[in-house]
Design a protein around this ligand. Structure first.
Ligand SMILES: NC(=O)C1=CN([C@@H]2O[C@H](COP(=O)(O)OP(=O)(O)OC[C@H]3O[C@@H](n4cnc5c(N)ncnc54)[C@H](O)[C@@H]3O)[C@@H](O)[C@H]2O)C=CC1
Ligand SMILES: C[C@H](O)[C@@H]1OC(=O)[C@H](O)[C@@H]1O
Length: 257
């Protein structure tokens, strides 16, 4: 038999930024594959709707209000999760934000907020969950949501791009260091998907036309098209993949001329 399982039955998964957008879609998709999900975001209200959907699937959903830019928040939340579950099989570092300033206009505050929300949070979550996976001898999966902005130059902000490029490189180094603990570390790099982060931009016909002009598949992605690669990496089917970034981008990152 050569076909591995793509199911996640019995797996305990943490998703950050799970209240809306990509994080919500991934949380629900991973639950549809059989996983129980710990939902982390800053506001409890954001998470309640996602949690209800997951519980209606017959899966467990833990609502864990957490600011992932704060180490103490992360540690307290992980203590709560491990106290209930005893382990973490999969971490999805999804929480992120952007302030689309031109490079000459970036303020120190903007730099810090984007760096903390996108990059520092990913490292702190990975570090704390990596410790748990090592200590509980759990074959773990860590999947970070980077972006095509981390590999090609976009007009959507130099600081955001720097955080996403750093996430791609961090994925490689953590994969190298943690392979000995059987922890796979990978990244998913999306192009445009319609979420609260991007919906205003995508509603502009001219901007959308420009996006499609550099996208071989000539359309923006559907959220379930991010769920598939994520479930693959989180499941047994992805057990020999580590240090990689899968660009889910309609071909945008390879389009030349
Ligand atoms: N939507 C898109 O087209 C693309 C999105 N991405 C990335 O995907 C990820 C999700 O993006 P979207 O769903 O579009 O964004 P979104 O703005 O719709 O959702 C972001 C989520 O992160 C949460 N969050 C923000 N700061 C947080 C903090 N300090 N602590 C805890 N949670 C926090 C928000 O509450 C929200 O639930 C981000 O990392 C983004 O950079 C990457 C490429 C394209
Ligand atoms: C594709 C990028 O990750 C995405 O595009 C935007 O406008 C967002 O701010 C992100 O940069």
């Amino acid at each position: 038999m050569y076909l591995p399982s793509f199911r996640l039955d019995g797996q305990k998964v943490i998703v950050t930024g799970a209240g809306r957008g990509i994080g919500r879609a991934l949380a629900i998709g991973l639950a549809e594959a059989g996983a129980d999900i710990a939902l982390l975001s800053r506001t409890k209200e954001d998470l309640e709707e996602t949690a209800k959907y997951i519980k209606d699937l017959g899966r467990e959903a833990l609502i864990v209000p957490t600011d992932v830019t704060k180490r103490e928040d992360i540690k307290e939340s992980l203590n709560h999760i491990v106290g209930k579950w005893g382990k973490v099989n999969v971490l999805i570092n999804n929480a992120g934000m952007n302030i689309r300033s031109k490079a000459l206009d970036v303020t120190d505050e903007e730099w810090q907020k984007i760096m903390d929300t996108n990059l520092k949070s990913t490292f702190m979550m990975s570090q704390e969950v990596g410790k748990i996976m090592k200590e509980t001898n759990t074959d773990g999966k860590i999947i970070s949501i980077s972006s095509v902005a981390g590999t090609v130059a976009l007009r959507t902000g130099v600081v955001y791009a720097a955080t996403k490029a750093a996430m791609i490189q961090m994925t490689k180094v953590l994969a190298m260091e943690w392979g000995q603990y059987n922890i796979c570390v990978n990244s998913i790099g999306p192009w445009y998907f319609k979420t609260p982060l991007t919906e205003k931009l995508l509603a502009d016909p001219e901007y959308l036309h420009e996006i499609l002009s550099v996208t071989p598949l000539n359309r923006v992605g559907e959220l379930q098209e991010l769920v598939g690669p994520t479930v693959f990496l989180a499941s047994e089917a992805g057990n020999y993949v580590t240090g990689q970034t899968i660009f889910v981008d309609g071909g945008m990152s390879i389009k030349g001329f």
